[in-house]
Ligand binder design. Structure first.
Ligand code: NAD
Ligand code: UDP
Length: 318
């Protein structure tokens, strides 16, 4: 029983590696270290049950790695995830989610392995239906800076669908909503890492637009538990499931909350809203409740307090 995790040196991947190792599972990690860092998995690099390979999931030679043959579970997480990173590497982002997804599905097919794809709430684009259930088909712009990520993830889902229908691979698609905790790089560019870093260093907290746009933030432990339940449960096979926290909050409120919880003297400053930035986002999680008996347990205030404490202790310098 060996689990393969792509994107193992990234934020979610490294948390998943550690969680599975703690459960006594054999884990193989793959990462090309484009946005991830070895530092994220430093404490488990010499773990007896863990093997790490630096390679690209989109490159043909990934399937030549002997170690990946014989795996029984594959979590395909490899892809830049922060708008800053995926917009600076659009073609790599497209490749990781299309060619990379197909290569990993091929591996799953040959090994009769279960397969979980890390899709995203971005599959809903700038939603016209609120909150978003899995049946909502989305409102995504193909002609803009977010398209390389959003549309690549949507095509990744299509490839999963075909492998499920044609080859009966046990696929599971998690549409992950904004997830946070310590472990995100300070320069990751996503909102929680930016705000916490800014609040702790006394810089301005940079709100884009008027801050009235909303997101729903899930603490990493809740997310990792949800992904593992999806992998374990047969009921999740052939399903797309939202994994996110349904508590919705405006970005301006997040800025104020981070400032308060970190007792920061930073000012809140306003900056232009990036093109195509979704105005609202909140998951419907009835399907996860029903099929996985899962729901988030960690409140935003608690999760942010933990995140702030961890960043304070170890302000990661890149
Ligand atoms: P991350 O950037 O921290 O991790 C992604 C990892 O994938 C990095 O370690 C990176 O080096 C690696 N990678 C990228 N391209 C690769 C390739 N071609 N070959 C091998 N490795 C490659 O991001 P994250 O937040 O941990 O996201 C993990 C996955 O979850 C991504 O697929 C992302 O789209 C998805 N997701 C995350 C969130 C979130 O809020 N964190 C939300 C929705 C979806
Ligand atoms: N955002 C912000 N300031 C920042 C970083 C992000 O106001 O320093 C906003 C961003 O415009 C978006 C929200 O916070 O409306 C979430 O952004 P993030 O990049 O974390 O995730 P995504 O847009 O992919 O949900």
């Amino acid at each position: 029983m060996t689990t393969l995790i792509t994107g193992a040196a990234g934020f979610l991947g490294s948390h998943l590696v550690k969680s599975l190792l703690a459960q006594g599972k054999q884990v193989i990690g793959i990462d090309n270290l484009s946005t991830g860092r070895l530092q994220n998995i430093e404490d488990v690099r010499s773990h007896a049950l863990f093997e790490f390979f630096e390679c690209d999931v989109s490159a043909p030679n990934v399937l030549e790695l002997e170690a990946v043959h014989g795996v029984s579970e594959i979590y395909h997480l490899a892809s830049p995830a922060s708008p800053v990173f995926y917009q600076s590497a659009p073609f790599d982002t497209i490749a990781a989610n299309t060619i990379g997804t197909q290569q990993m599905l091929e591996l799953a097919r040959k090994n009769h392995a279960r397969f979980l794809y890390a899709s995203t709430s971005e599959a809903y684009g700038d939603p016209t239906l609120h909150p978003q259930p899995e049946e909502y088909c989305g409102n995504v712009n193909t002609w803009g800076p977010r398209a390389c990520y959003d549309e690549a993830k949507r095509l990744g889902e299509v490839i999963c669908y075909e492998y499920f229908q044609r080859f009966e691979v046990q696929v599971k698609v998690a549409r992950i909503f904004n997830t946070y905790s310590a472990g995100l790089r300070n320069d990751d560019g996503r909102v929680i890492s930016n705000f916490v870093t800014q609040a702790l260093t006394g810089e301005d907290i940079t709100v884009y637009g008027d801050g009235n746009q909303t997101r729903s933030f899930c603490y990493v432990d809740d997310n990792i538990r949800g992904l593992q339940l999806m992998m374990e449960k047969d009921a999740a096979t052939g399903e797309i499931i939202n994994i996110g926290n349904p508590r919705e909050i405006s970005i301006l409120e997040v800025a104020r909350l981070v400032k308060k919880l970190s007792q920061s003297t930073s000012r809140i400053s306003f900056h232009p809203l990036p093109l195509d930035d979704p105005k609202v986002r909140r998951p419907v999680i009835e399907k996860a409740r029903k099929l996985l008996a899962w729901e988030p347990q960690i409140h935003l205030e608690e999760g942010l307090s933990r995140t702030i404490a961890a960043y304070r202790n170890q302000l990661i310098v890149n």
